[in-house]
Ligand binder design. Structure first.
Ligand code: BJW
Ligand code: ZN
Length: 250
């Protein structure tokens, strides 16, 4: 049966939210949109930088061919992010961590805004733009205070080899341990929220499917429909920053 599409929270969902013991939330770029972070897809367009679609510049192939250009793209993105703040959606989800016996926030976002909002335990499926990783020994370096060309030219402090952004590019494996943790929790939760993601990138998009197959009630919050919409129990058509805080008023 197709999902109910609503613009407010149904009485059924209100009751489920009040009674749930275990909740998993999967977030995507739409959750950060109201902070001013551009999304990759949706709104009728796709991100392009210097004439290159993002799935070309943010790819394993580009990293192998042209690491300096990949750094330039991520330096540009960090520059855009550095003055942005969490929005009401991030802040609501940070409060939710105290509402349920078992709560897991899983994000595809690399911007660190969930942590900036106060979320303590965030499963990052696609890495973090504020970290670099050595291509050889895997050592990590924080990038929070380094900017621009400096990060492209620095070498690993442990082995001296090249650093790369610690994000998961297209064609790369997502880190196994966080993904397995997310799969286990998705398989155990009663309520699963899918917020601000176009749900086209796998394996992240499989998590709501895991939750639903295991009997969870799956709720999508997005102003646009996605390939997941028909598969959800309830679709709330709206912006995350407007919809998520409404749950606390229930
Ligand atoms: C709002 C809003 C508001 C707006 N409120 N909402 C199975 C089938 C087919 C292909 C594959 C498959 N399994 C794997 C693949 C390949 C590939 C993939 O999925 N491709 C598909 C696109 C076809 N996956 C991978 O390559 C992954 N690796 C992997 O699976 O390894 C195994 C493997 C290895 C080798 C070969 C084959 C398999 C890795 C994927 C890594 C993705 N990385 C990126 C880039 C990160 C770095 C960077 O930032 O540049 O991660 S891609 C990009 O998409 C980014 C995002 O995290 C990810 C998801 O995007 P998200 O978050 O959904 O954002 P948008 O922009 O797409 O959507 C925004 C949504 O918000 C829209 O719906 C709006 O409506 C909504 N919105 N305002 C609420 N205010
Ligand atoms: Zn190293």
């Amino acid at each position: 049966m197709p999902a109910k599409t609503v613009t407010s929270i149904s009485a059924d969902l209100q009751r489920r939210f009040a009674e749930a013991q275990s909740v998993v939330v999967l977030t995507g770029a739409g959750v950060s949109a109201e902070s001013g972070v551009p999304t990759f897809r949706g709104g009728g367009g796709a991100a392009v930088w210097k004439g290159m679609p993002f799935d070309v510049i943010s790819s394993a192939g580009m990293l192998a061919r042209d690491l300096p250009s990949v750094w330039e793209w991520f330096d540009y993105r960090r520059e855009l992010l550095k003055d942005l703040s969490p929005n009401p959606a991030h802040l609501a989800l940070a409060r939710w961590q105290n509402f349920f016996r078992d709560f897991l926030l899983v994000t595809q976002n690399i911007d660190g805004l969930h942590q900036a909002a106060g979320s303590r335990d965030v499963v990052e499926l696609h890495g973090n733009i504020w970290r670099a990783r050595c291509v050889t020994c895997g050592a990590h370096e924080e990038l929070r205070y380094s900017r621009g060309v400096e990060t492209r030219e620095r070498a690993c402090e442990v082995c001296g080899d090249a650093l790369r952004p610690d994000v998961v590019l297209f064609g790369e494996l997502i880190p196994l341990a966080p993904f397995e943790r997310a799969v286990v929790k998705a398989g155990e939760c009663e309520l699963c929220f899918v917020v601000g993601t176009s749900a086209v990138v796998y394996p992240a998009a499989a998590l709501p499917e895991v939750a639903r197959s295991a009997g969870a009630y799956v709720v999508e919050i997005n102003p646009e429909r996605t390939p997941l919409s028909d598969f959800c129990d309830e679709v709330i058509e709206g912006r995350a920053g407007k919809v998520l805080p409404l749950f606390e008023a229930l």
